[in-house]
Ligand binder design. Structure first.
Ligand code: FES
Length: 298
């Protein structure tokens, strides 16, 4: 994907932004990020406790890559919010990224007061966003002939919609293995299917797709020539990493961590290095890591 040389204009940054645009040797990109006031185009309940937000956010849609995230001011109409409560933004992974249409979508679960507030926002409302934040999945065109498996669990499925579309634009034919506890928790599957490519679903209770864990399906398909991009709960990521290590397959994990700031200041998102001492920051060193880099359970 062609990258803009610079994203910043005085009317977009709102006064503070990070100008750095870095690309790791492995092709993960950390973009310049900034403030953008997005307009809600659609806000739909997708399941018992999760919602899909479609936003008009032109600069973000142009700059963002799959695996990156945004920090959302859940107070709604963020540009004119009259209260500082709740103070902290909520980190949400990018689901679909439509650069040509200037749109992004986000899928979130209502888990507390902040996301309950967000669920009250309506089409036409404005939301203050910071982003795109963090490092993306690796550039897919660097391995044009390598089979690519996308493995998602629960709320880890939505980021794989953008990932599938990105991989297909790079000429790859990803296969998505998507799992959840039950059919109602398969958030983002529609968006992954819309990106094209094969999709296999699994639920623990058998209410959709195959009965069992998505890692069972991965285990049956995995071989050393494959590349795996995974996103989901930490135990699932640890199992995916272990399967890939045993098979000799390349593996990238998009991790979930508490994120107060999202840009490297608060240290709230620390994740243990797999080897040696110390920690990495999921918000700026990740959230996409090579599986061998981190211990997702520590
Ligand atoms: Fe603050 Fe990562 S979220 S340092």
């Amino acid at each position: 994907m062609a990258r803009p040389a610079a994203l910043h204009t005085p009317d977009r940054t709102g006064g503070w932004s990070q100008l750095e645009d870095t690309e790791s040797p492995d092709g993960r990109v950390r973009s310049p990020w900034a403030h953008e006031t997005a307009t809600i185009l659609r806000h739909a309940r997708g399941g018992p406790d999760w919602y899909t937000l479609t936003l008009s956010a032109g600069a973000l849609a142009t700059a963002a890559l799959p695996g990156q995230f945004v920090q959302v001011d859940v107070r709604g109409d963020g540009a004119v919010a009259r209260t500082a409560d709740p103070l902290l933004r909520r980190p949400l992974s990018l689901c679909t990224i439509d650069a040509a249409g200037g749109r992004i979508s986000l899928i979130y679960r209502v888990v507390g007061r902040g996301t309950a507030l967000l669920a009250r926002a309506r089409p036409g409302d404005r939301l203050s966003l910071l982003g795109p934040l963090g490092r993306s999945f690796p550039e897919p065109s660097r391995r044009p002939d390598q089979p690519l498996l996308l493995v998602g669990g629960g709320l880890g499925i939505p980021p794989l919609a953008g990932a599938a579309a990105w991989a297909r634009r790079a000429g790859r034919q990803p296969v998505a293995l998507l799992g959840a506890r039950r059919a109602a928790d398969l958030a983002g599957v529609t968006e992954v299917r819309a990106a094209g490519g094969a999709v296999v679903t699994a639920t623990e209770d058998g209410s959709a797709g195959r009965r069992g864990l998505v890692t069972d399906i991965l285990s049956a398909r995995l071989s050393a020539d494959m590349e795996v991009w995974a996103c989901g709960p930490n135990p699932m990521l640890a199992a995916v990493a272990d399967l890939c290590r045993r098979a000799g397959a390349e593996c990238w994990l998009c991790v979930e961590r508490p994120m107060a700031c999202g840009f490297g200041v608060c240290i709230g998102c620390a994740i243990s290095r797999a080897a040696g001492d110390g920690y990495l920051k999921a918000c700026v060193d990740g959230p996409v890591f090579a599986a061998a880099e981190v211990n997702v359970l520590a």
